[in-house]
Design a protein around this ligand. Structure first.
Ligand code: ZN
Length: 217
């Protein structure tokens, strides 16, 4: 069994009626309910407002893969816990960073860059191209898939050159971005995946969820 912890900041869901309607179980709930369909994944969830942000030493010790979503509440996120999770990744825990987690403290500490990216919230279509056919993360996917309503994320994207680039996404404004990026830090395997804005139902999209499940594996 692979023990997966789906972690979500879970603030938008509490402060916006619209977002609460899109994700009544929270973004973490939507992702976890899909991952639970995989018999070899043992899935739990945690959110920022739990004691120690739900990321205690004991919890991390029994986690093989952390799936991580954050956006607006990083100022309230403890630097001590950033350091703790960072250390756990270096000692071998996998981590899947989703969407705006690229500008979070933890991803920044791992990458050494700001993670800043161009963005536009206009509900545009995104076409996600597979650029590493045969990679475990793209198993079961066609050569591209589309997300009907997505936030545009575009280059330049302030990240280190990925060890492996798995996806490039295209948007109708002509922008592109490196939307699926693999890294290793210490013994930890890290995957960044761009799809997933909080106001659109991206975490119900079959192929987006498939990518997250593949990445956990
Ligand atoms: Zn967003």
């Amino acid at each position: 069994m692979i023990r997966v912890l789906v972690w979500n900041e879970n603030r938008h869901e509490q402060t916006s009626e619209h977002i609460a309607r899109v994700y009544p179980e929270g973004i973490h709930g939507a992702i976890a309910s899909y991952l639970r369909q995989s018999p070899d994944l043992q899935v739990s969830t945690a959110t920022q407002d739990e004691p120690e942000h739900g990321l205690t030493e004991a919890r991390l010790a029994e986690t093989d893969v952390l799936v991580y979503w954050c956006h607006i509440a990083q100022a309230d996120f403890s630097d001590e816990i950033v350091a703790r999770v960072h250390q756990r990744i270096l000692s071998g825990m996998g981590a899947v960073f989703l969407h705006s987690a690229c500008v979070g403290k933890l991803f920044g500490k791992l990458m050494g860059t700001t993670g800043q990216i161009k963005w536009r919230e206009a509900g545009e279509k995104s076409r996600v191209w597979v650029v590493a056919p045969g990679h475990r993360i793209v198993e079961g996917l066609p050569e591209y898939f589309e997300i009907e309503h997505e936030e545009m994320y575009g280059e330049p994207f302030d990240i280190p050159a990925p060890d492996e680039l798995v996806f490039i996404s295209w948007f109708p404004g002509g922008e592109v971005c490196r939307s699926g990026c693999c890294y290793t830090r210490g013994q930890g395997k890290i995957f960044y995946f761009q799809p997933g804005h909080e106001t659109y139902p991206v975490y119900y999209h079959e192929q987006v969820l498939r990518v997250i499940a593949n990445a956990a594996h």
